[in-house]
Ligand binder design. Structure first.
Ligand SMILES: NC(=O)c1ccc[n+]([C@@H]2O[C@H](COP(=O)([O-])OP(=O)(O)OC[C@H]3O[C@@H](n4cnc5c(N)ncnc54)[C@H](OP(=O)(O)O)[C@@H]3O)[C@@H](O)[C@H]2O)c1
Length: 279
């Protein structure tokens, strides 16, 4: 279900070619023609491994572009929301990360996204940085859809069991942003500039895959045996954080919104994908 009309908010989606984060000259004309009350920058260079080979492009898209968007929104007198990532952390924490924890990104992606956070903070005092994690939905490419499509061709799959995070349904992130925007409207600003917002509960990729297949099998959908493996068996250019679990308590306390429990939300997503529903 589209979220914004329920909140009486109008969302205008803009992207390439009208607004290209690699071409800052495109920003001002779009801002002028849309004349928004608020800008949410959800676009990014998200190729975590690819970016190890093209750090300049990663920083251009993930840091320099948000810096310019922050500058332009400040000039326009409007707030900016910047979406960021759990990958700003090194993943060595034994407990969920809170906003006060010191980032220590280990990859070009993480460093460029952290630079984007800092640029937005410096460029527009009326800002909100929202770090999320492990986003899944019926749209685009994501882990849940990849698993279901792999299970069409394979009886068993090896899935990493030693990386942990919070699977987050994209609509929950959208609902959270609408809740934050409503608080901004009521109070004329955001209480703080940095929050975490991710699904409730922690999972490994292995647990997540297992749950996807359990629900899918119950609906006579594709399913596969999931063999747990260590990260070392899936060598990647960019090392993923071992534990990037985020605490979303501050977001709940200031905006009154919590994302759903990951098992429920992923289960509902699999049901939705099986039913082939669209809205
Ligand atoms: N997915 C996750 O698990 C996850 C976790 C934590 C944080 N995040 C953050 O959440 C946000 C959305 O991520 P996602 O997973 O939806 O990423 P995605 O599927 O890779 O989508 C990235 C979006 O950015 C747009 N984009 C890329 N380069 C652009 C450019 N030069 N100019 C304009 N638009 C450009 C893409 O547009 P095109 O359609 O034109 O390619 C696409 O719509 C990002 O800020 C990401 O860092 C995601």
């Amino acid at each position: 279900m589209p979220r914004a009309p329920r909140d009486r908010a109008e969302i205008v989606l803009v992207g390439r070619p009208d607004l290209d984060l690699e071409n800052p000259a495109t920003f001002a004309p779009v801002l002028k023609s849309v004349a928004p009350d608020m800008v949410i920058n959800a676009a990014a260079h998200t190729g975590v491994d690819q970016q190890e080979d093209e750090p300049e492009r990663a920083f251009r898209i993930n840091a320099e572009a948000p810096a310019e968007l922050a500058r332009l929104t400040r000039l326009a007198g409007i707030p900016i929301i910047q979406i960021s990532t759990d990958y700003v952390f090194d993943g060595t924490s034994m407990r969920p990360y809170v906003e006060a924890d010191k980032p220590n990104p280990q990859t070009v992606y993480g460093r460029s996204k952290l630079a984007g956070e800092e640029a937005v903070r410096a460029g527009n005092p009326d800002h909100l940085v929202v770090r999320t994690a492990w986003v899944v939905s019926r749209y685009g490419r994501n882990f849940v859809k990849t698993m279901l499509s792999l299970a069409e061709k394979h009886d068993s799959l090896q899935v990493v069991a030693d990386q942990f995070g919070n699977p987050t349904e994209a609509h929950d992130l959208a609902d959270g942003l609408l809740a934050a925007a409503a608080v901004w409207r009521r109070q004329g600003g955001f209480p703080q500039g940095l929050y975490h917002l991710a699904g409730q509960g922690r999972a490994s990729w292995h647990e997540l895959a297992g749950h996807v297949f359990a629900v899918s099998a119950s609906l006579d959908g594709p399913s596969a045996l999931v063999e747990p493996v260590g990260s070392e068996q899936w060598p990647a250019k960019a090392a993923r954080p071992a534990n990037s679990e985020l605490s979303s308590d501050a977001f709940f306390s200031d905006f009154g919104y919590r994302a759903g429990a990951w098992k429920d939300r992923v289960g509902a997503l699999v049901v939705e994908l099986r039913a082939g529903t669209k809205d």
